[in-house]
Design a protein around this ligand. Structure first.
Ligand code: FES
Length: 105
């Protein structure tokens, strides 16, 4: 599945993600800048924060309780914020667009 990451400055990174991996892993593997992922995907750092494109929010779903409380530590969380390590790549998400925050918390 294809995922597009858009930086604050508008630079787009379209990557081919492996099914079953997380969106965070797809970013790290393809050297997309701006995803620090300090905890390595354990939902314990909030430095893999992304904003899910409005059109995709329904498909990615909402943050679980634990993820939501970590998001409080992210830089400028918004209603469409997610931790990208908690979004699993599926064929359903082919074409997904996420935006990167200005900083990671
Ligand atoms: Fe740490 Fe996602 S990588 S919360």
């Amino acid at each position: 599945p294809k995922i597009t990451f858009i930086e604050q400055n508008g630079t787009e990174h379209a990557v081919e993600a492996a099914e079953g991996a997380s969106v965070m892993e797809a970013a790290v593997k393809n050297m997309v800048p701006g995803i620090d992922a300090d905890c390595g995907g354990a939902c314990a750092c909030a430095t893999c924060h992304v904003y899910v494109d409005e059109a995709w929010q329904e498909k990615t779903g909402k943050a679980a309780t634990m993820e939501q409380s970590m998001l409080d530590f992210a830089y400028e969380p918004k209603e469409n914020s997610r931790l990208s390590c908690q979004i699993k790549v599926t064929t359903e998400l082919d074409g997904l667009v996420v935006r990167l925050p200005e900083f990671q918390g």
